[in-house]
Design a protein around this ligand. Sequence first.
Ligand code: ATP
Length: 514
Amino acid sequence: MATQEEVFKNLVSHCKEYGFVFPSSEIYDGLGAVYDYGQNGVELKNNIKQYWWASMTKLHENIVGIDAAIFMHPTTWKASGHVDAFNDPLIDNRDSKKRYRADVLIEDQIAKYDEKIQKEVEKAHKRFGESFDEQMFRQTNPRVIEHQQKRDALHERYSKAMNANDLDELKQIILDEQIVCPISGTRNWTDVRQFNLMFSTEMGSTSDGAMKIYLRPETAQGIFVNFLNVQKTGRMKIPFGIAQIGKAFRNEIVARQFVFRMREFEQMEMQFFVRPGDEMRWFDFWKQFRLKWHKALGLGDEKYRFHDHEKLAHYANAATDIEFLMPFGFKEVEGIHSRTDFDLSQHAKYSGKKIEYFDPELNKSYTPYVIETSIGVDRMFLSVMCSAYKEEQLEGGDSRVVLSLPPVLAPVKACVMPLVRKDGLPEKAREVMDLLRFDFNIQYDEKDSIGKRYRRQDAIGTPFCITIDHDTLDDNCVTVRYRDTMKQDRIAISELHELVRSQCDMTNLLRKLI
Ligand code: ATP
């Protein structure tokens, strides 16, 4: 049995081998934490985006979309707090010359205590069997109590240091906990420094006096600065939302785990503007709606959990993450934040413009509060791929790699295959293609044996393979082979469109959300 780590490594190779994800500018040895999506990756990614966009703009009469520019006036980032506060604490190990996030090193240490406790619990569970009382064990076992106390003390000290932005204390924690560099194994650490994650560049020629501008680190600000434009031109009434999909850029200190943490990535964000005082109700509404959106894909309900934030960003009064069980643990895929009126008020202050909403029902003006849902397309892509990727042993000693993608998201919905390249079968196959290609992404394949063609389609997650044989010319029936079960059915050509539609049409998925 391959370990989770090995499976993940195989998945990364698979993504490259089958045209899902390539390292950026690979012929020059790539660029750290930047990736390109290939011919199949882009289709899957587009389907994810389409599902999200439709679920926001089609299912909610009071949500509209925009597409703001990546470049924004630099004062935007002063107002939003990113120039002063969008930092990560970094630390270097002098021996390995490797750079780490100090907060991540400490959080990993906390997780180690949790693992130790979990191991004790599992050991005892095995020993005591059915009669095991976990709660009692956790409260009374001396080793567990000791680990728990150490863990809690560390957690408290760490939270305090983070909230106070106390960099010396973060370093002291790393020293006191005897945390070593995973590469060099030493404790030869530098001081902890703040590192701003925004990329900057210059706009205009230098002789004119160029202006320093930033590549947006989140798409949200493009929505806030357009609040009045959209509200007025769309005659939007509160509560209403603005949705956007677009690129964001962060100069991440440690880029790991493939497309999970990239320096250029894509976000799908929706800012929902509400009356002050109504925000908690809407926060709960969006938490539930977003979880439903994830679960409707059928990747496994047990793979999701909420993680409420203890340390809130300066602008938030409630925040939670939707985490997904990746091969490397539960990880954030989406954030849901109650951002108060922080952003709109800040932009009003820095621009000198009044950014308010006149509420006809209350007969007064106010600065709306905001609930935001923010999901990374690439992390969503990764969670879909991780749950779909399977290495299967088949009867007769054979094996296959199959992507059990939700059919609505699959890059290719069906592959049409003439059994042989003669006797009029290719022509018949082209007729079948024409029945389907206007509504679905369909491939045509006439090379190699049918078995090999099936494997190629399994590897990219195609739900249906449609084979045209000599009988087809007489009975107008084809053999449909299903990806997951590998079962085969004889089906009339006239029924094919409905078969593919029933599984691959986005409408069925969207209906689950209302
Ligand atoms: P993390 O704690 O993992 O750095 P974050 O809390 O900073 O993430 P947010 O600012 O809440 O992330 O961004 C919203 C979403 O954008 C995240 O849930 C994630 O899906 C995505 N995202 C953020 N940073 C990256 C990145 N470097 N690469 C890919 N996706 C990202």
